[in-house]
Design a protein around this ligand. Structure first.
Ligand SMILES: Cc1ncc(COP(=O)(O)O)c(C=O)c1O
Length: 391
């Protein structure tokens, strides 16, 4: 489904608010990993100022010295209200939530609840590389069920993978990325219902990473826990991607009705990990950051089309299917003749940093991931540098 671009209510496009000189003063990973002559369009940080309600809430907390330990359910209440308004989902029950330090540590905690040492965790490559790193670090096995050529979950491949994974009688989890990083695929209600049906049939527990949920642009996001059959699922959500709050650590774990007892087993000390100021920031974003988010989505919508135009003009051999969510662009560069790791050539010959596709697992070779959350000028320069890498 294609939707009309979001209303901006006069809010300026946050992707056009900051100069490159100002961004280069940042000390985060995006800006400090490579030398100054490299243009960074890689790791998932956005080139935006923070939404005013977030700045106000954090500044107020700092002035008040409100920097202790987190308490209460304000984050869950704000997310529940946001889910009702944005996704028409009234099923996010605050009593079935828990704060966790961030989404990936939340994923680890959920997997600990439903799997044991050596058990299999199914993922859909190409997929966010930490899905491999965190899962293997916690002594589980990653089992791949690749996406189809169309970038969508292939139910037959998923079923066959579930069937093989449960064969030894071991516990199996499925780490669903929804919306999907790096393709930007927004899974439909039908697809998610099929996933829930398969998971129930094979006794597989679903852990859904829904961090990109507020960043749906061209299609409606469907919460996994809202589909029939997903009652035993667990989800992780956060304001961190959509409002650029990765440095203000917090996220929420959410249990379906049939997983409430599992979530209740999570040790209390996990809830001591998120930052209280992070929780304040995320809560303010969800509660009062809607206008800013709409302006961002509108800017991202423009950028994904701009990128398609720029590639068609300067790098027509690159295949790019604009995703319907996230600010990430998955570029099939196999026809460029740059080998398995085109990002390496873009970096060393073009002085532009994209993510290599290789760590995204099967199907990542010959691909690169580009971060669209930049100004149109930066995007234009990035594509110019990529094209220069070929010359
Ligand atoms: C799918 C996905 N999950 C998790 C994360 C990281 O989230 P957090 O910093 O809350 O662990 C990212 C960051 O880009 C992501 O894309």
């Amino acid at each position: 489904m294609t939707r009309i671009p979001h209303e901006t209510s006069g809010e300026p496009n946050p992707l056009q608010a900051l100069t490159l000189d100002r961004l280069r003063r940042r000390t985060s990973m995006k800006w400090r990993t490579y030398p100054e002559d490299v243009l960074p369009v890689w790791v998932a940080e956005m080139d935006v100022p923070l939404a005013e309600p977030v700045v106000r809430a954090v500044t107020d907390a700092l002035h008040l010295g409100d920097t202790g330990y987190p308490a209460g359910t304000a984050y869950a209440e704000a997310l529940s209200a946001f889910a009702g308004k944005r996704w028409n989902w009234d099923g996010l029950a605050v009593e079935r939530t828990a704060i966790v330090p961030d989404v990936m540590l939340g994923v680890v905690e959920m997997l600990k609840l439903v799997t044991g040492y050596g058990d299999a965790v199914v993922v859909n490559p190409p997929v966010y590389p930490p899905f491999y790193d965190f899962v293997t670090h916690m002594d589980r096995r990653v089992v791949e069920a690749p996406l189809g050529e169309d970038g969508r979950i292939d139910p037959e491949v998923l079923e066959e993978t579930f069937r093989r994974a449960v064969a030894g009688g071991k516990r199996v989890a499925y780490l669903l990325c929804s919306p999907h990083n790096p393709t930007g695929t927004v899974h439909t209600a039908e697809e998610l219902s099929a996933v829930a049906g398969l998971a129930e049939r094979y006794g597989v527990r679903v852990v859904a990473d829904e961090i990109h949920a507020p960043l749906a642009i061209g299609a409606d996001f469907v919460p996994y826990l809202s589909v029939p059959g997903a009652e035993r699922g667990l989800s992780l959500m956060s304001a961190s991607k959509a409002w650029n709050l990765a440095g203000l650590k917090a996220a929420l774990a959410i249990a379906g009705p049939g997983a409430a007892a599992d979530l209740a087993r999570m040790p209390e000390e996990v809830g001591h990990g998120p930052s209280h100021v992070g929780v304040i920031a995320h809560t303010a974003a969800l509660r009062d950051g809607g206008t800013w988010l709409d302006a961002l989505l509108s800017g991202l919508d423009h950028n994904r089309h701009l990128l398609a135009d720029l590639l068609a003009e300067h790098l027509p051999a690159v295949r790019y299917r604009p995703g319907d969510a996230t600010y990430l662009a998955w570029l099939d560069c196999r026809a460029l003749g740059l080998g398995d790791d085109p990002a390496d050539a873009f970096l060393h010959r073009g002085r532009v940093a994209l993510n290599s596709g290789i760590p995204f697992g099967t199907g990542g070779e010959g691909h690169a991931r580009l971060n669209l959350a930049a100004s149109p000028e930066v995007l234009t320069e990035a594509v110019r540098r990529m094209a220069a890498a070929l010359g």
